[in-house]
Ligand binder design. Structure first.
Ligand code: ZN
Length: 440
């Protein structure tokens, strides 16, 4: 039995995760470039991280690694020479992957390159144009409306050149080669919940698991969305089959309720573990079916791989008004939500680590629990969950039912069933099942 549930100081961990997000927030990230490298460097200060560079032009399945994008500065000056938009105030002001521009143009022409959110006029949208070469700015709609006609100076000091795509990988070997994949995207600029929260959670999780002895090996990927996971899959086809379970981490810091998106399989162990944990979490939550949209689960669950990878988030992508805007900032995430999410992840991993089948060594009639001190006094409220968990584990431990099967059938939380198994093992009433026990 392994115990993944730490005795941690929730306030301290939450504050520390938020602090890491604050450190990463100002960095201008994209799917390639120095912003990703700097982000990975900082993650690497906390966990053992291997940095990979995949050269521009590399073919990865149906995709090609794009040119590397870097940006130094960008602004718009009005006819009076005042900066009405400045990249240094917010990196969201420039459309990601904008080609360099140094021009004068009338407002009417400039407008065609400006993106706003008329329904959220005080917010800056987050826009990118990775796969078609263009340029653009993003600004508050209310600011755009204040601009007067005339000639504007437009400058984007960026470069789009041969280079590479950078991703980070942290591999924590366990007792077996069977792997758990934890994947998060690291390609958004100053956006907090989507997905600095995921980076902070994955980093904390790796830090924590690195100090434990665990059954599975854990592979953490910090990758640019879509192209990063496709590149990893293409370059690591020999390792893919080791992945037994996986979770895509994103949007884990907002105050919304937890949401689990099932893998394409729908009933994989990871899907059942997540459903069990959320069902016994005591909080409102949602479980939604797989769909081929969203984050990198789209790639891990593509039919050529069909990995058992789900996604555990809070409010899903696109379902909160702050999504992909300047309002998804550090004020939108809460340390309590970050810690709650971390706890849920650890509880799910605790199921994966401890799900095993056992054999009842006294299967003819119930063993007499009372003489072993294992039959708690039955109170006025009836039989408690402690006794029920022991009775269920004894009854179903025939080598064909794992602890997760038992928890599901008994309607009990995994920690109760696990604790019952621990007690019964200690008292000599159970032994771990072997492969031969499972055959009929
Ligand atoms: Zn996003």
């Amino acid at each position: 039995m392994r115990d993944l549930m730490p005795e941690f100081d929730a306030d301290e961990i939450g504050a520390e995760m938020l602090q890491f997000m604050e450190e990463l927030f100002p960095i201008c990230r994209s799917i390639t470039g120095d912003g990703v490298r700097e982000t990975l460097r900082r993650i690497g200060e906390r966990i053992p991280l291997e940095i990979h560079e995949v050269p521009t032009g590399t073919q990865v399945f149906d995709w090609t690694i794009p040119k590397e994008w870097n940006i130094r500065d960008a602004y718009i000056e009005d006819p009076q020479g005042r900066r009405v938009l400045d990249f240094r105030e917010s990196n969201l002001h420039v459309v990601g992957y904008s080609v360099p521009v140094d021009k004068r143009m009338p407002l009417s022409e400039l407008r065609e390159h400006i993106h706003t959110l008329p329904d959220q006029p005080n917010l800056i949208p987050y826009r990118t144009s990775y796969y078609s070469e263009t340029w653009g700015f993003c600004m508050q709609h209310e600011k755009l409306q204040e601009l007067e006609d005339g000639e504007y100076v437009v400058r984007i000091d960026s470069s789009l050149e041969q280079g590479s795509l950078t991703y980070g990988e942290c591999y924590l070997p366990g007792e077996t080669d069977a792997e758990v994949l934890i994947s998060c995207h690291c390609c958004h600029p100053s956006i907090a919940n989507d997905n600095l929260s995921g980076i902070a959670l994955a980093t904390r999780l790796a830090e924590y698991l690195g100090g434990l002895s665990v059954h599975h090996s854990y592979r953490f990927l910090f990758i640019p969305g879509t192209i990063g996971s496709i590149a990893w899959l293409a370059l690591n086809e020999d390792k893919v089959q080791r992945i037994q379970h996986g979770l895509v981490v994103a949007c884990v810091g907002d105050p919304g309720q937890p949401t689990y998106k099932r893998s394409r399989k729908g009933d994989a162990l990871i899907d059942r573990a997540a459903a069990l944990v959320l069902g016994h979490s005591g909080q409102a939550h949602r479980i939604v079916d797989f769909s081929p949209y969203g984050y990198d689960e789209r790639q891990y669950c593509s039919p050529g791989f069909d990995l058992a990878v789900g996604s555990l988030t809070r409010t899903p992508y696109g379902e909160y008004p702050e999504y992909h805007t300047s309002a998804d900032d550090l004020g939108f995430v809460h340390p309590e939500s970050l810690v709650d999410s971390l706890r849920l992840y650890l509880q799910v991993l605790d199921v994966l680590e401890n799900d095993a089948a056992y054999i009842n060594l006294s299967p003819r009639g119930e063993p007499q629990l009372g003489k072993r001190g294992l039959y708690p006094a039955v109170g006025a409220q009836g039989v408690g969950s402690e006794l029920m968990a022991r009775l269920w584990v004894l009854n179903l431990s025939d080598g064909r039912h794992s602890l997760l099967d038992i928890a599901e059938r008994a309607g009990l939380g995994f920690p109760d069933v696990k604790e019952a198994a621990r007690v019964l093992l200690d008292s000599g009433l159970l032994r771990p099942a072997s492969i031969t026990d499972a055959s009929p």
